[in-house]
Write a protein that binds this ligand. Structure first.
Ligand code: SF4
Ligand code: SF4
Length: 446
């Protein structure tokens, strides 16, 4: 492990015992005891590949979680470090023959770590300022978006980059600055109508998730998604003032806030009946599909949470299930596909985006080595575990370069921004697109 993470771990905290409620403890025990210790998850684990240490593998982490849960090991800074070093990419779940829900374990363990005050300083402040301080509120996310818009428009961002002032403090700070997303010129909810009617024969209606960061930084993608949904016969309902779905909070052990945001999301979408909730961010779709489990102990919300989860569809999944007009306009290009963890591992969606890409005339698909490996974005990981994140990004960018592709396609905003950064750093002129962006072109809509 590398410099800054180790530095962040230099904090001192008293060790703490974890107290679990008995029902929760029983459930965790069941999940933990499913593990056969076979090690089939080790070769797919990026953090094991970086370190070759058993403690940094899924099997090793399960052992640590079991020991902390049964009280034979204390929740210590070393334990906290391993839990936050994990990407929660869930590649181990795909590889596991016993069906261990590893993601559930690590998210629970991160909650123990946070409650014991053992998060590193960077992690604690990122969670406090960015997740709770900004994303938890639609109003504050919009204000943040306006600030970013001003920051870009005024030329301040370029000035800061060109001046090299941040490198005087730290090279990592300067590079993190480049990872801050650019705000869209207009935010999606500033321009989207609340109901956009289907074009031609109507086949149904869907609600559409505009999200938090997607709403302020991915307006063009959302508009392309709405174009394709309406073109394929669906009325699209876009409720105003949508809350963040809470995915980043949940993955980072702030499950009380994740539950609060899930309740807000359930309230909003239950009041707009439709066939499906369609989501064009892999991470948000995966998280909303888990609402049934997240809110299972809440008698007021459990049934509605299960209903919303069951009706949620990631957009390539939705269009593939319902059928879509085949693209006819050639987009002559070599395209490679990076499989976002929360699409392929959490939702087992791989065929659908691949078929969508291949359906566009003129596209030559070049297979990406390690296509299902995490790019190192992993929510807030590229802020909190910068060095390891950049190591994984470097590996991903070099695989992308090896394909000779002109376009790399991925269906998750975090991967999109991270890979764009990696390619820019290498001076590679390769465009990053969502499968929907490519289909939109192939349908002659852009
Ligand atoms: S979630 Fe990813 S990084 Fe974490 S243990 Fe599993 S494979 Fe490794
Ligand atoms: S593959 Fe599954 S059962 Fe085997 S060690 Fe990994 S988590 Fe345990």
């Amino acid at each position: 492990m590398t410099g800054e993470a180790a530095h962040d771990r230099g904090h001192t905290h008293s060790r703490s015992a974890v107290k679990l409620d008995p029902d929760r403890s029983l459930h965790l025990d069941e999940v933990i005891h499913q593990c056969l210790h076979c090690g089939m998850c080790l070769p797919v684990c990026p953090t094991y590949a970086l370190t070759a240490r058993e403690e940094s593998s899924p099997r090793g982490r399960i052992r640590l979680i079991r020991s902390v849960s049964d009280g034979s090991l204390e929740c210590s800074p070393a334990f906290a470090d391993e839990m936050n070093f994990c990407l929660d990419c869930q590649a181990c779940e795909t590889a596991c023959p016993a069906g261990v829900h590893y993601g559930e374990l690590v998210e629970e363990a991160r909650e123990w770590v946070a409650e014991a005050g053992l998060d590193s300083l960077v992690t604690r402040w990122t969670k406090r300022l960015f997740l709770r301080g900004i994303l938890s509120s639609h109003r504050r996310t919009t204000m943040f978006g306006r600030f970013l818009r001003f920051y870009d428009w005024s030329g301040l961002r370029e000035a800061v980059d060109r001046s090299g002032i941040l490198t005087l403090f730290s090279r990592r700070l300067a590079e993190r600055h480049q990872l801050i997303p650019r705000a869209s010129a207009v935010f999606f909810d500033e321009v989207a109508r609340e109901r956009i009617p289907a074009i031609g024969m109507r086949r149904g209606s869907v609600t559409f998730l505009s999200g938090c960061i997607m709403n302020i930084a991915f307006t063009e993608l959302h508009e392309q998604a709405v174009d394709l949904l309406t073109l394929n016969g669906f009325d699209v309902i876009v409720p105003k003032r949508q809350p963040c779905c809470g995915a980043l909070h949940g993955h980072n052990g702030d499950r009380s806030e994740a539950r609060r945001l899930a309740r807000e999301t359930v309230d909003l979408f239950s009041s707009c009946p439709s066939d499906s909730l369609v989501v064009d961010s892999a991470g948000c779709a995966a998280h909303i599909k888990s609402y049934g489990t997240l809110l299972e102990d809440d008698p007021e919300y459990a049934a509605r949470a299960r209903e919303l989860a069951a009706s949620t569809r990631e957009i390539t999944e939705f269009l593939s299930q319902r059928g879509y007009a085949q693209p006819t306009v050639p987009v002559p290009s070599t395209v490679t596909y990076h499989e976002a963890c929360h699409l392929v591992h959490s939702q087992h969606i791989s065929r659908e985006p691949r078929e969508m890409i291949a359906s566009v005339p003129g596209v030559i698909v070049a297979e990406l080595p390690e296509a299902t490996w995490c790019c190192g974005s992993a929510g807030i990981y590229n802020i909190t575990r910068f060095d390891e994140s950049m190591e994984l990004l470097e590996r991903k960018a070099s695989h992308i370069a090896s394909t000779g592709a002109e376009i790399v396609v991925t269906a998750n905003p975090g991967c999109h921004l991270q890979i764009e950064h990696g390619l820019r750093k290498r001076g590679l002129d390769i465009r990053v697109m969502h499968p929907i962006g490519l289909l939109h072109k192939g349908c002659g809509l852009s």
